[in-house]
Design a protein around this ligand. Structure first.
Ligand SMILES: Cc1cc2nc3c(=O)[nH]c(=O)nc-3n(C[C@H](O)[C@H](O)[C@H](O)COP(=O)(O)OP(=O)(O)OC[C@H]3O[C@@H](n4cnc5c(N)ncnc54)[C@H](O)[C@@H]3O)c2cc1C
Length: 469
């Protein structure tokens, strides 16, 4: 790994992407005294996959929603900017019968426990405690952000199903399917165990479990899941107040030379009484930080990748995951969240969320079958949502104009082979080559706290200010 070199306080730093990765990196650079930090964002808004909307004066999250008390960096930033949080609790389950086209709700806990007797409850509680003990024993491995040195723990470099089996925890599979599979991180037998173990630390595990329990409302806030009162995106918007962000930037070309980083891009210009036009411009920076989880072909389109960067990027995978929202008439969910259990096949909603029970807006989350999402996916998902909703007694309110659809190439990650073979050590060695750094979920895990922690680590490690004089 390269040693830390001091960086001039006046250095011009470009960050690509105003999602949690880019904004937190800009925030930490600012706190280290760097003034010339610019964030270029492709879209007309900040927040990336933290996407929120306001409808009938109520905020809704259509991307990232929840945080737990384990989100220490996020909570620290939230306190700094005075962002308000509220509790997010209450979940149920539903099932859909294809043959009769009928749907019914069922309690979550008996499904997760595989029964409702006292003895099943005791066994489930025992297994949960066993998980917490196992996770506590390996806590040190997860204290440092990122995965350098993870290959020294071959027992962890397996799929999560294999890890559960080898620890006598296979009967907790239904419990983990919720935060892993329904939340878009793939099935338990495809996701490498370190990802889940990092994400499901003791506090988050307990918060997930307690938030779905019938007694959740009696628990103190730090034991349950919370959300930003005005939405996750609004929190990032507030963070962005102090940062130099340029929206709607289309990067055309980035050349990394000895003398600096040369960027060609277009930006929108508003002509009075005319349409918005896109002007071409160029700028020079000293450092580049890529904070957007792109496909190799997208990166290739504007950046001359080195052979090592290309190889590292070529190993990455994504999961196509979509969120659609509609106004649903004649239906109120018994709880703010309903999980489709047992898990349905691809292209079917796995979660229905009604964040404000007096508001008709509902969001539907599905893993898509297409690796490159198309319009046909949206239609297929819409048809499935219609069937489910009608089976639950509601209907899409066609009179209302509200509808959103976002298909994300989500969870940039690698497989167990890469965990076993120094993949992440090679990334750490590549950080800083050609004045370029990378941050985001790939380097830790694709959840907001992991990304923010990794960004902080990157800044602490590589950007400390050169003493003046
Ligand atoms: C449906 C859903 C639910 C989720 N729920 C949770 C949750 O409850 N809790 C949690 O912690 N996490 C959750 N997540 C995960 C969380 O949203 C992501 O981990 C996080 O947003 C990733 O941050 P990022 O900055 O790496 O990438 P992104 O959020 O994708 O941000 C990248 C940014 O880069 C921009 N960009 C892309 N290409 C370019 C380019 N060429 N030039 C300039 N800018 C570019 C994008 O427009 C985007 O704004 C959820 C994600 C999804 C999809």
């Amino acid at each position: 790994m390269k040693s830390r070199n001091p960086v001039d306080r006046e250095a011009r730093i470009l960050i690509l992407g105003a999602g949690p990765g880019g904004l937190s990196t800009a925030h930490f650079l600012g706190r280290h005294g760097f003034k010339n930090v610019t964030v270029f964002e492709k879209l007309g808004r900040v927040g990336g996959m933290c996407r929120s909307v306001t409808e009938d004066n109520q905020s809704f999250d259509l991307g990232a929603i929840v945080i737990s008390s384990a989100y220490r960096e996020v909570l620290r930033m939230a306190r700094r900017v005075g962002a308000k949080l509220e509790r997010f609790e209450g979940a149920t389950a539903f099932t859909y019968d294809e043959t009769n086209q009928s749907a019914s709700y069922h309690d979550l806990l008996p499904y997760l426990m595989r029964g409702s007797s006292f003895s099943t409850f005791c066994r489930f509680a025992g297994l949960s405690l066993r998980y917490l003990w196992k996770r506590y024993q390996i806590r040190k491995i997860f204290q440092r952000p990122g995965w350098v040195g993870i290959d020294a723990h071959p027992d962890l470099c397996v799929t999560f199903s294999e890890w559960l089996d080898s620890n006598g925890l296979e009967d907790l599979d239904r419990l983990f399917e919720i935060p892993v599979t329904t939340f878009g991180y793939g099935s338990l037998d495809e996701i490498p165990a370190p990802y889940v173990l990092r994400y499901m630390g003791i506090r988050t595990f307990l918060a997930m479990l307690f938030s779905s329990a019938p007694f959740a409302r009696f628990l103190p806030s730090f034991l349950v899941l919370r959300r930003f009162k005005y939405g996750f995106q609004r929190f990032w918007e507030r963070m962005a107040w102090d940062l130099n962000i340029r929206l709607n930037i289309d990067i055309k070309k980035i050349e990394r030379r000895e003398e600096g980083i040369f960027v060609k891009y277009t930006h929108p210009m508003q002509m009075l009484g005319d349409e918005i036009s896109h002007a071409e411009d160029h700028a020079r920076f000293d450092y580049l930080i890529v904070a957007c989880p792109l496909l190799l072909k997208e990166l290739d389109s504007f950046l001359d990748l080195t052979e090592e960067e290309r190889w590292l990027q070529s190993k990455t995978r994504f999961i196509p995951y979509a969120v659609a929202s509609f106004e649903i008439a004649d239906l109120v969910l018994p709880m703010p969240v309903a999980f489709h259990l047992p898990l349905p096949s691809l292209d079917q909603p796995m979660i229905i969320a009604q964040q404000h029970r007096e508001n008709e807006l509902m969001a539907f989350y599905a893993r898509l079958s297409s690796s490159e999402p198309t319009e046909a996916d949206e239609l297929r998902l819409r048809e499935n949502i219609k069937r489910y909703i009608s089976a639950l007694g509601g209907r899409i309110n066609e009179q209302d104009d509200w509808h959103s659809y976002d298909a994300w190439l989500y969870f940039k990650h690698v497989g167990v082979e890469e965990f076993r073979h120094r993949y992440f050590d090679r990334w750490e060695e590549a950080q800083g080559e050609n004045r370029t750094f990378f941050t985001g979920g790939l380097f830790d895990f694709d959840y907001v706290e992991g990304i923010v922690r990794y960004s902080r680590h990157l800044v602490d490690r590589h950007f400390y200010v050169k003493a003046s004089g």
